[in-house]
Design a protein around this ligand. Structure first.
Ligand code: SF4
Length: 145
């Protein structure tokens, strides 16, 4: 199936730090399962640079530790990810766990102290609202057969 995948999981250096979150074993397993991978980085698509200050969701917004509100960029990136998903005919999304954009089910709590809470990143939330199945690298067993 065609999967929309967080680009950082594929080894693209789009993470806030300038690095990536390559999951080589997962990538190989997805290839073996015959999936077609469509890379997306909502934060880049929202207009943010790399590297960039880390941000977390807090009280319905997305803010950096210094207090800069980047909610608009996160929303723009989520809309772009949804457009790409539809344009490419994807059937599910496989996104990076815990990210304020891509996280699904668990995200950081907005205190920048490594505390996780229940919740979704902005892009994962939008995709779910549209009925799209969202997995992370931690719970994607169903995609691997
Ligand atoms: Fe990875 Fe998503 Fe963050 Fe981009 S926005 S670096 S794809 S977790």
């Amino acid at each position: 199936m065609k999967l929309l995948v967080s680009a950082c999981l594929l080894g693209i250096d789009c993470k806030y730090s300038g690095g990536n979150n390559l999951c080589a074993d997962l990538l190989e397993a997805l290839r073996r399962a015959g999936h077609i991978l469509i890379p997306v980085c909502p934060e880049i698509y929202g207009g943010l640079s790399t590297p960039r200050p880390p941000a977390e969701r807090r009280a319905g917004r997305v803010v950096t530790e210094a207090g800069t509100d980047v909610t608009a960029q996160y929303r723009k990136g989520a809309e772009a990810a949804l457009r790409l998903y539809r344009l490419c005919g994807c059937e599910a999304a496989l996104l990076k766990a815990n990210s304020p954009s891509c996280g699904s089910g668990t995200i950081y709590d907005g205190s920048f102290s490594h505390v996780k809470i229940d919740g979704d990143g902005v892009t994962a939330q939008l995709l779910k609202e549209k009925g799209i199945p969202v997995y992370t690298e931690k719970d994607c067993g169903p995609l691997l057969g």
